[in-house]
Write a protein that binds this ligand. Sequence first.
Ligand code: URA
Length: 433
Amino acid sequence: MRMFDIIRKKRDGYELSTEEIRFFIEKYVLNEIPDYQAAALLMAIYFNGMSERETADLTFAVRDSGARLDFSSINGVRVDKHSTGGVGDKTSLIVAPLVACLGVKVAKMSGRGLGHTGGTIDKLESIPGFDTSISTEEFLKNVNEIGVSIVGQSRDLAPADKKLYALRDVTATIDSLPLVVSSIMGKKLAADDDCIVLDVKSGSGAFTKTLDDSRALARAMVDIGKRAGKKMLALITDMDRPLGNAIGNSLEVAEAVDTLNGRGPKDLTEICLVLASNMLFLAGKGSVEACRAACEKAVKDGSALETLAKMVKAQGGDVSVIYDTDKFKKAKYAFEVKVSTSGYIYGVDTEGYGRASLLLGAGRNTIEDTIDYSAGIILKKKTGDRVENGDVIAVLYSDDREKFAEAAKVFDASTHISDEAPIARPLVLDRIE
Ligand code: URA
C-alpha cells in the first residue's frame, strides 16, 4: 500500500477502505509517513468529507493507536461527560463530583486549554498542589473510594490524535466534521466508560457556530459511540455567550465552588443540573426529573462540594481554597471595562472574550507558555442586560498591567450594544439520544 495512492483516491472523491485508513494511522504514528503527506490527506478529507463508515474506521484507528484503558477494577457504572470546548466552561468541576456523590463513578481524563477555549486540567492546576498526573493505580483507587478523579490524558492514549491535532492546527484543517469526530471519539473510546454524555457547544464561542453543524456533529459522535457499545446522549448547549461570569483558571474554580454551594450564576447552575441529571439518567439512576431532584438535594446538603474537596485532597491539592475561595492567589492588577453608550448588550463574540482572557495570561499562545492562574475576566453584564453609559461591564485581571490595553480592546470589539433587547436564546438547544 502506498500513501500516494491513498491521497489521490481521497483527492478524487472516492471512499477509502478500512485497511487504507488503518495503514495511514498506524504508519503515521510510527513516523513512517511524513507530515507533508498526512497534511495532503487531511486537506483532501477536509474538502471531500468522509462517509459514516470511513469516519467510524478513522475513529477506531485513532482509538487503537495507543494503549486502551482498563477500568474493570472500578466498582459500579462509569459515566463520562465531554464538552466540545467553550469559554467559561467549568462544568466538569461541578458535574463530576455532583454525579459521583450520587453513586455513579467518574474516571475522567481531561485536556488543557486550546486556542481561545479553556481546559479542565489547567483549571484544576490553579489549585495549589493539585496533581493531574497521579499514577493509574492511584487514579483507580480514588475513583473507587471517592467516586471521582480527574487527570490529564496519558501520553500513550490515542497518540495518533496528538500528532494529527497539531498538524491540523497549522494546516487549517481543524473544522472538518470527520476529523473532529475521530479526534474526540477516538480519545473517549480509548477510555473505558459505560456511558458518555456529550455537551456539544453551539454559537460564537464554539467550534460549531450554527445549530445545524452542532446537530450533525452530535449525531455523528452519538452514532459512533453506540457502534462501540457505549450508552450515548448529546446535549447541544448555547455558546453564544460565555458560561457563568468567570473566565480564567482560578476565577473559574471559585465560580464552580460557588455553584456547588448553591450560589452560582443561573445559566451555569442550570446547564450543570441538566448535564448531571442526564449523566445519572444514562447510568440508570432513574428518570431525568428524579435525577435532577437528587442533584438539587446534593447541592443543598453539601455532599457534592464535600466530594470535590475529597478529590482535591486525594490529589494533593490545598483544600482550604475550596472551603474559602478568597484564599486563591489574587492577580496583582485589576482593570474595569466601562461602556461608552447606553442600551442593551445585544450579543457578544464569545471567541473574542476567550481571546481577551488569553491575552491577559490565562491561556497559552504556544505549548511552552506558562499560565497566570489568577488572570482572567469577571463579567458584570451579559447578553440581554441593560447598560448605561459609564457602567462597568467587566473586570479584567492580570499580573502584568501592560496586557490590559490590548485585552480591553479585544473585549470591547467583541461586545455589541444596541437600542434593542435581543430575543432570549434557550440554554439547551437540543438533546440527541
Ligand atoms: N476537541 C478535540 O479534542 N478535537 C477536535 O478536533 C476538536 C475539539
